[in-house]
Design a protein around this ligand. Structure first.
Ligand SMILES: NC(=O)c1ccc[n+]([C@@H]2O[C@H](COP(=O)([O-])OP(=O)(O)OC[C@H]3O[C@@H](n4cnc5c(N)ncnc54)[C@H](O)[C@@H]3O)[C@@H](O)[C@H]2O)c1
Length: 119
């Protein structure tokens, strides 16, 4: 998730270079379609859109999720915190609910950069 962004797109290149099969989902709010590795299958979706996540999880065999999706501008997070709660907290909740519904392990199968930052 967020594989068209700065950190995510580099990670996708590393994963594909390591021989992994990668699916990228991103709403392109700050990411770029051109940054997505050409071998990655791309879904333009918002992680708060449960129906769109259901389509992805039904179409693809997902073993694990790396969650780079976030709003991440420090200044904006102070001036507009609700935007950040909505995208980062609510978005992660919808993603976790979809993973549970589709049998993707949320304990070992989810790695999130912004959750790690909170720890
Ligand atoms: N850039 C850094 O130096 C750095 C360092 C440490 C941690 N991080 C963390 O890594 C994460 C990614 O950071 P980044 O710098 O790559 O940011 P970025 O903005 O380049 O990437 C975020 C990606 O998520 C996508 N996105 C955002 N909200 C979405 C949504 N609701 N649905 C679908 N896609 C959505 C954006 O379009 C973008 O492609 C953030 O949590 C950030 O805090 C970044």
């Amino acid at each position: 998730m967020g594989g068209a962004g700065y950190i995510g797109s580099h990670t996708v290149y590393e994963l594909i270079d390591a021989g992994r099969d990668v699916v990228v989902a991103d709403n392109l709010q700050t990411g770029f379609r051109a940054a997505v590795h050409p071998k990655a299958r791309f879904y333009q979706l918002d992680i708060r859109d449960r129906a769109a996540l259901d389509v992805l999880f039904q179409a693809e065999k997902i073993d694990g999720v790396i969650h780079f999706t976030a709003s991440s501008q420090e200044g904006e997070s102070m001036s507009d915190p609700l935007k950040y709660y909505d995208n980062n907290l609510y978005g992660t909740m919808v993603l976790l609910q979809a993973m549970v519904a589709h049998g993707v392990d949320t304990k070992s199968g989810l790695l999130s950069t912004w959750i790690l930052e909170l720890l």
